[in-house]
Design a protein around this ligand. Structure first.
Ligand SMILES: [Zn+2]
Ligand SMILES: [Zn+2]
Length: 194
C-alpha cells in the first residue's frame, strides 16, 4: 500500500511538472511528506501544515474577533485515507493532487487561489479536482461495492424483530442497558472489524 501510494504520488508530481507546476522546486512550498492515514476517516485526505511563513500572516476580522491566519507554510503532511487507495488510479491521483494544491502558497483553503489551480489542472490533465469528492460515485466508478457502514465497527441486531443499526463505538454496558425501541427485546452485537 505504502509503495503504491509513493509511486502514484511521484506520477502526480511529474504530471504537474509537465504542465508547469513544479512543486518540488518551488521555494515557497517547502517540505512535503505523504502517508496513509492511520484512521479510516470519512474524508479522502488531509494536509496538515506547520511552520508558517511569518511574512504571509493575515488577520481576518469576524465581528469583534480577530483571527490570525497564514498563507504560506514550510512543512506539509499529506495523509490519504486507506479506502481511497482501493479506488481507481485517477481517483487516487485526484485526491493526491487536491492535497498537493493545498501545499502551494495561498492555497491552504478552498478559496480563489485553490480554485484557480484546480481549474487549470482539470483543463490540462483531465482531472476532476473539486473541493469535495463524491464517495459513492467514486466507488461505483471503481467497480467496488459501496457500503455506507464500512466505517463502523459494530453491527447491532435485535434478537427478536431483527432491527439492525451500526455504531462506531460501544459502551461496555450497552447490552445490559438498552432494549430494542421497536419490540423491547435484547440486542446482539457483531463486531465488523476487530
Ligand atoms: Zn481540501
Ligand atoms: Zn426488536
Amino acid at each position: 500500500m505504502e509503495e503504491k501510494l509513493n509511486n502514484i504520488y511521484n506520477e502526480c508530481l511529474k504530471e504537474l511538472k509537465d504542465i508547469g507546476i513544479d512543486i518540488l522546486n518551488n521555494k515557497n512550498v517547502g517540505v512535503i511528506d505523504i502517508n496513509i492515514s492511520k484512521r479510516n476517516n470519512k474524508r479522502y485526505g488531509c494536509c496538515k501544515q506547520e511552520e508558517p511563513d511569518k511574512s504571509s500572516k493575515i488577520i481576518e476580522k469576524k465581528g469583534f474577533k480577530r483571527i490570525v491566519k497564514y498563507q504560506i507554510y514550510k512543512k506539509h503532511h499529506i495523509e490519504i485515507s486507506p479506502w481511497v487507495l482501493k479506488l481507481n488510479n485517477d481517483i487516487i491521483k485526484n485526491t493526491i493532487i487536491h492535497e498537493l494544491i493545498h501545499c502551494l502558497p495561498y492555497c491552504n483553503n478552498h478559496g480563489k487561489e485553490f480554485k484557480k489551480y484546480a481549474k487549470y489542472i482539470n483543463q490540462n490533465l483531465g482531472y476532476n479536482i473539486a473541493t469535495l469528492g463524491n464517495k459513492k460515485e467514486d466507488y461505483i466508478k471503481s467497480n467496488i461495492q459501496y457500503n455506507e457502514n464500512e466505517l463502523y465497527k459494530y453491527k447491532i441486531i435485535c434478537n427478536k424483530c431483527g432491527q439492525e443499526f451500526y455504531r462506531k463505538r460501544l459502551n461496555k454496558n450497552f447490552l445490559r442497558k438498552y432494549r430494542c425501541g421497536k419490540c423491547g427485546s435484547k440486542f446482539s452485537v457483531i463486531s465488523i472489524k476487530p
